[in-house]
Design a protein around this ligand. Structure first.
Ligand code: PGA
Length: 289
């Protein structure tokens, strides 16, 4: 398999040729390291209808950053309406059931999520793994069903504190990623439709985010595993996010890391101004590169 450097060199060469031939616009998205940044909000089980109606008014999407908002499912249609036709952010769900229909009390299918306005879904979040008993196998089933069902996926992986302290971070990340991708057949999914979020469990909702070095190291490791699973061209086109206590104050340094392409934001996303400033910091960091 070609190395990361070889693929980057080759793609740069092809991009240069296409840019020369087209006068510029055509191929920016294909350039390694020029992945479109993505910042996603995970509201978890927070906010009521009045908050949902008010939230979009204070959203200021920066240019060049893809925004996704994942509200509680019951608020999807309301948020879609409140965001308005100019759709300044895409909508996502926090969960999905892999079956197309049937006796699954309390669950929702891919088609239902799409009908309600979602184009994204979060899969494998540590709260679902830890609090609702979701296994690696079930995460894999959801991932496959979501992609097949026309949804884009934010796949979360991350180690617990004891695992990091015990030196098991990479083993855990490799295990979760490999298991989640196990059910995917060929051809490989479009890399625009599968985003991986590195979310160390010890950083989620704790106010203690990973350092830029820790987040970069984990993101680079995950990108290498994606290259092993698909190839380097695929891995260099795919977005890898960081999640865990991201705030406007921590976003700039984290977003400046080369393998971090954006964020999955929990607590800070409840405030549209804070979420917007995280997105703006991401846009600035990526512009500078
Ligand atoms: P947090 O949550 O930003 O509140 O730490 C992140 C997440 O769980 O996705």
């Amino acid at each position: 398999m070609a190395t990361r450097e070889e693929v980057e060199r080759l793609v740069r060469q092809v991009v240069g040729e296409v840019l020369a031939a087209t006068g510029g616009a055509a191929a920016v998205a294909a350039e390694p390291g020029r992945r479109a940044p993505l910042v996603a909000a995970n509201w978890k089980m927070n906010l009521l209808a009045a908050d949902v109606r008010a939230w979009p008014a204070k959203l200021e999407p920066p240019a060049g950053v893809e925004l996704v908002v994942c509200p509680p499912l019951v608020w999807l249609p309301l948020l879609r309406e409140a965001l308005g036709p100019a759709a300044r952010a895409a909508l996502g769900a926090q969960n999905v059931h892999p079956a197309p229909r049937g006796a699954f009390t309390g669950e929702h299918s891919c088609a239902m999520l799409r009908d309600a306005g979602a184009s994204w879904v979060i899969v494998g979040h540590s709260e679902r793994r830890a609090l609702f008993g979701e296994t690696d196998a079930f995460v894999a089933e959801k991932l496959r069903a979501a992609l097949a069902g026309g949804l884009r996926v934010i796949l979360c992986v991350g180690e617990r504190l004891a695992e990091r302290d015990g030196g098991a971070t990479f083993r855990v990340l490799r295990g979760q990623l490999t298991a989640a991708l196990a059910d995917l057949g060929f051809p490989a999914p479009d890399p625009a439709t599968l985003v991986v979020a590195y979310e160390p469990v010890w950083a989620i909702g704790t106010g203690r985010h990973a350092t830029a070095e820790q987040a970069q190291e984990a993101a680079a490791f995950l990108r290498e595993r994606l290259a092993e699973r698909f190839d380097w061209r695929w891995a260099l086109a795919a977005r890898i996010l960081y999640g865990g206590s991201v705030t406007p104050a921590s976003a700039a340094e984290l977003a400046a890391q080369p393998d971090i392409d954006g964020f999955l934001v929990g607590g800070a996303s409840l405030d549209p101004a804070a979420f917007s400033s995280i997105a703006a910091a991401t846009a600035r960091a990526k512009e500078r590169r």
